[in-house]
Design a protein around this ligand. Structure first.
Ligand code: PAF
Length: 279
């Protein structure tokens, strides 16, 4: 696996590879787990060259402590990527990505007024800044994102439309631990008892799925919130049942073609998100 920290060196190499290979790109913030590896493996299956980036993007953290706490495991990540058969890793420093402060403000309409966008002000503007910058640097044919970050995927798709980018966004399913907890870099920060209780999040969502279509949406939502909050370690920040295309809450099953339940939960200082398709 080749490793680059400098944009100019990475781009020189990619310009050679691009002549006869499609470029697949997996942007990450490191602390890699099986969820990331599923993106790498999807990219390897359909692209000639797979590039992963590791950059903990300060611009997308609205909470300084969350940025400070975010796990940084570069040596282990490089080993994981090498073993997964990733071709190239781009691990830039902050000055390489942001030689100057990025002052761009994106307008995502109502897409970022709900859920993560509502509770983490500025988060998606920071995501759009870094992902557009990384797309500009790597210029991939396809880029791979996990469905766990459901709203992030909508924002990135919208951003590529706004900026008229030709990259194809490939969305890959959520990868779960054996007990059902959605894999996340933040899981490693959970205490033993938080980790044990966190299983309630996916259980509540799975239960909601079994009730879908036959139970009023507000009842499903309230029951899932009660289920999660019944654990002393967990506190629901939001639980929304939404139209997958607009991300706006729906009140009835016939209000949208595809309906998802999305949840954010605090386990102490750690914030976990998950989602499930209900219709
Ligand atoms: O999903 C993530 O890990 C990050 O939001 C991303 C897409 C790598 C941008 O920093």
């Amino acid at each position: 696996m080749e490793k680059y920290e400098k944009i100019s060196e990475l781009q020189l190499r990619l310009s050679e590879l691009r002549k006869d290979k499609t470029i697949g790109f997996v942007p990450t913030m490191g602390a890699l787990h099986q969820g990331h590896l599923s993106l790498i493996s999807r990219s390897k299956a359909i692209c000639g060259t797979t590039v992963a980036s590791i950059f903990v993007n300060p611009a997308q953290f609205n909470d300084k402590d969350d940025y400070r706490r975010y796990p940084r495991t570069l040596d282990k990540d490089l080993e994981i990527l090498e073993n997964a058969g990733c071709d190239i890793v781009f691990a830039p420093g902050e000055k390489e990505i942001y030689p100057e402060k990025d002052k761009r403000i994106f307008d995502f309409g109502n897409l970022d007024k709900v859920m993560e966008g509502k509770f983490r002000p500025g988060h998606f503007n920071g995501v759009a800044q870094v992902v557009s910058r990384l797309f500009d640097i790597v210029n991939p044919d396809k880029a791979f994102f996990g469905q766990k970050d459901f709203q992030q995927v909508s924002i990135i798709k919208n951003m590529t439309l706004q900026l008229n980018l030709s990259v194809e966004i490939v969305v890959c399913p959520i990868i779960r631990e054996q007990d059902g907890l959605a894999m996340s870099s933040r899981n490693m920060l959970l205490s033993d008892s938080q980790r044990k209780e966190a299983v309630n999040i996916s259980q509540a969502l799975l239960h909601a799925k079994t009730q879908a279509a036959v139970t009023p949406i507000s009842e499903i939502r309230d029951e899932a919130v009660r289920w999660i909050n019944s654990s002393p370690e967990l506190r629901v920040e939001y639980m929304e049942i939404i139209d997958a295309s607009t991300l706006q809450p729906v009140a009835g099953w016939d209000e949208a073609e595809e309906i998802f339940a999305c949840v954010a939960v605090h386990a102490g200082k750690i914030r976990l998100i998950d989602n499930i398709q209900l219709k």
